[in-house]
Design a protein around this ligand. Structure first.
Ligand code: NAD
Ligand code: TYD
Length: 336
């Protein structure tokens, strides 16, 4: 099987590429990535010379290049992660979110249709459902109407509709996964958990938006990888699967957990102006995916411990990101 993974230099796509290369020696995994600020190939040093792995530097919006790649490579499966993914950036610069997340997805769908791929998995987010209130008995299910609130989630919801339309109109075999917030190794230090770990380790203040009471449902990235693997191989064509492990935490509780684990003082917490349109709460009902056979391995408690230890053991990786040195590696290794 030949599998195209888009966005495989990013956080979740990167973990997924490593998972697939190791789990399926008989598959060929092609990682396609534009290497934006969020793309980093240093994480793939251990697999970059494996026979079942290759990297393609390309923009998913570049129709000509994407079509010629699909024609030459004849992929069996496409797993689509590539996206602009940060809500704060989408508030400042929505245009690029439409370009990459909507137009880029539509180009890939057309290319996938042109060679009749066996499955197109679109990796989406629970943020397309909008927000929940603080009633702990309410959850997002696959039937919850889409009501995105940020330019990021609006662009992801638009791409979800295109994926659905290509299934309904052209019969393209697709699945959409909608996962809650991920965390774990190689998480880019602009997002809450790696930002907190890296700043606390450097004795820098941690900015908490608003009152810190907003709730996110955290899933370890390794559990997201197994969910996508299952959906790729067993998902029923045309179906949407929510992915989450019932790990709801307030932002403040997440930050306090990290500060305590690192033996630092809570006076590092700094309340700052709230994010515009800040969604109150996300929480996933994963029953449909569990019925397909998925179970997460990590609770928040075991997952955050593993993640903090990973950031302690891999300081060089995130410090290079913070000071931009990883760009030099790309230049040397890939002439990019
Ligand atoms: P990320 O920002 O870490 O990585 C995105 C990757 O896409 C980067 O490597 C970047 O270089 C690449 N990319 C961006 N524009 C591109 C383009 N035009 N052409 C080719 N490559 C391009 O993102 P992430 O957190 O790993 O998220 C991956 C996917 O999972 C996204 O689609 C996101 O919406 C979804 N998702 C993320 C989370 C989360 O908590 N991070 C949760 C649920 C779903
Ligand atoms: P983030 O990691 O950006 O993910 P998302 O917005 O996709 O959920 O943010 C997670 C939560 O943490 C969100 O409620 C915003 C909040 N937050 C802060 O309070 N301070 C920060 O510096 C960041 C980056 C996020």
């Amino acid at each position: 099987m030949k599998v195209l993974v888009t966005g495989g230099a990013g956080f979740i796509g990167g973990n997924y590429v490593q998972y697939m290369v190791n789990k399926y020696p008989n598959y060929h995994i092609v990682n396609l990535d534009l290497l934006t600020y969020a793309g980093d190939l240093t994480k793939h040093k251990e697999i970059e010379n494996r026979e079942n792995y290759s990297f393609v530097h390309a923009d998913i919006v570049d129709r000509e290049k994407i079509f010629s790649l699909f024609k030459n490579e004849k992929f069996d499966y496409v797993v689509h992660f590539a996206a602009e993914s940060h809500v704060d950036r989408s508030i400042k610069e929505p245009d690029i979110f439409v370009r990459t997340n909507v137009v880029g997805t539509q180009v890939l769908l057309d290319a996938a249709k042109s060679i009749n791929v066996k499955k197109f998995v679109h990796v989406s987010t629970d943020e397309v459902y909008g927000e929940l209130d603080y009633d702990p008995s309410t959850f997002f299910t696959e039937k919850t109407p889409l009501a995105p609130n940020s330019p990021y989630s609006a662009s992801k919801a638009s791409s979800d509709f295109f994926v659905r339309a290509y299934h309904e109109t052209f019969g393209l075999p697709v699945n959409i996964t909608r996962c809650s917030n991920n965390y774990g190794p190689y998480h880019f230090p602009e997002k809450l958990i790696p930002l907190t770990i890296s700043r606390v380790l450097n004795d820098q203040k941690v900015p908490v938006y608003g009152d810190g009471k907003n709730i996110r449902d955290w899933l370890h990235v390794y559990d997201h990888c197994t969910a996508i693997d299952l959906v790729l191989h067993k998902g029923i064509n045309g179906e949407v699967y929510n992915v989450g492990g019932h790990n709801e935490k307030t932002n403040l509780a997440v930050i306090q957990t990290i500060i305590r684990a690192l033996n630092k003082n809570e006076n590092l917490i700094e309340y700052v102006e709230d994010r515009l349109g800040h969604d109150k709460r996300y929480a996933i009902d994963p029953t449909k995916l569990e019925e397909l056979g998925w179970q997460p391995r990590y609770s928040f408690e075991t997952g955050i411990e593993q993640t903090i230890q990973w950031y302690l053991d891999n300081k060089e990786w995130w410090q290079n990101i913070l000071n931009g040195e990883y760009r030099a590696y790309f230049k040397k290794q890939y002439k990019l």
